[in-house]
Write a protein that binds this ligand. Structure first.
Ligand code: PLP
Length: 379
């Protein structure tokens, strides 16, 4: 038996909606399905404006342009994240300034942000790891005090909240991912959330190759033309049609993943009590959407043998991230990053377990194998 780490979930209506998009006769972006997705995202986050993009990476690139990030600017972010968090700003000429993470949530340690601020700092990127929120109250207060932009990398955080507020809607700008490894998917895909009225018009222009095409279609200008920098950041209607089939069932998807997440959490409590590993910690004012289930083992060697034991039983588990400050390009950009002890230690000890809809009865095999790995009889 082979248990993969991830298996993309289909609701069953994706192909029918793609056929409908074909019948509508508009295959390029911003058709009826894109409009439905935009409305869903705005209704479910309270954001002033949602715009589909072809990836979360693209949404972050748009955020960097919208934030006027440029040569010589500094952007504060965790090192324990995916490369796109940094690349989007590096592509505008900025330097990423890496800050260590909290031991409980693995999110940027907000108590270390102020000492990383210099006269060149322009923005803070809050990455909500595993859909568990960063300390947004503190981050927003620091940003206001120093006049900084806050961008939420909410790639893993659709339908998650911080003190009741949907993630992605708290900072100036938010970004979601619909990559096939996330909860709600369209293969590749993403969305930009714009939470400030004054950024909306320019966001539409940047997304449409730097033209005022959207204003033209609304009848606000009588011809459309080149008005700013931009690129082609919008997905086709086929991608939006696929995504709509997923958004329609987003609550059910979240619930099914939560059941699996809770089953891991409850079943593995005893092994945590015996000191074999640490389970995820969720502050009580944060709600997540069961994007991932991870364990923090005692050492890198333990993780290596844990992954091997699972693999011998056909179970594929994975780890991430190589800390950005320790990667070849991160070192080249910012050779002076101080040691980030929590980031380094956690990146060597974290392991992610299979979590996908349909895991069902084989989830118990994963749990039993974990008990075996620590020479314990299962429950
Ligand atoms: C998945 C992910 C991204 C990138 O998303 P894409 O849609 O693949 O571009 C960026 N940041 C984080 C934290 C992610 O998990």
């Amino acid at each position: 038996m082979k248990i993969p780490f991830n298996k993309p979930f289909m609701t069953g209506r994706e192909l029918a909606y793609i056929a409908q998009a074909h019948q509508h006769g508009q295959l390029a972006g911003d058709g009826q399905f894109t409009a439905k997705c935009h409305k869903w995202l705005e209704d479910n986050t309270g954001s002033k404006k949602a715009l589909l993009t072809h990836s979360c990476t693209a949404a972050l690139e748009m955020a960097a342009i919208l934030g006027n990030i440029g040569e010589g600017d500094e952007v504060i972010m965790p090192s324990y994240t995916f490369v796109s968090t940094a690349n989007a700003f590096v592509m505008r000429g900025a330097t990423p300034v890496f800050v260590d993470i909290r031991e409980d949530t693995l999110n940027i340690d907000e108590s270390l942000i102020e000492e990383a601020i210099t006269p060149r700092t322009r923005a803070i990127v809050a990455v909500h790891y595993a859909g568990v929120a960063c300390e947004m109250d503190t981050i927003m207060t620091i940003a206001q005090k120093h006049g900084l932009l806050v961008i939420e990398d909410a790639a893993q955080a659709i339908m998650c909240t911080y003190k009741g507020q949907p993630l992605g809607s708290i900072g100036d700008i938010g970004a979601f991912s619909f990559h096939e490894t996330k909860n709600v998917i369209s293969g590749e895909g993403g969305a930009l959330l714009i939470n400030r009225e004054d950024l909306i018009e320019r966001a539409e222009i940047i997304r449409e190759k730097g033209t005022n095409r959207n204003q033209f279609f609304r009848g606000q200008v009588d011809k459309y033309t080149w008005v700013d920098i931009g690129s082609s950041f919008l997905p086709s209607e086929m991608v939006a049609a696929f995504l709509w089939a997923q958004l329609e069932e987003a609550s059910e998807i979240k619930q099914e993943r939560m059941n699996l997440w809770m089953h891991y959490h409850d079943s593995l409590e005893i092994l945590e009590q015996r000191g074999f590993f640490r389970r995820p910690i969720t502050p009580q004012y944060c709600s997540h959407s069961a994007h991932m289930y991870y364990l923090l083992l005692e050492s890198k060697q333990e993780r290596t043998s844990f992954i091997r034991t699972l693999s011998e039983h056909g179970i594929h588990s994975v780890f991430h991230y190589v800390p950005l400050h320790d990667s070849p390009y991160g070192k080249h950009l910012n050779p002076e990053t101080n040691a980030l002890p929590v980031t380094t230690s956690y990146s060597e000890r974290l392991v992610r377990l299979p979590l996908w809809i349909g895991l069902g009865e084989v989830q118990q095999c994963v749990i039993n194998t974990i008990y075996k790995a620590f020479n314990h009889d299962s429950l």
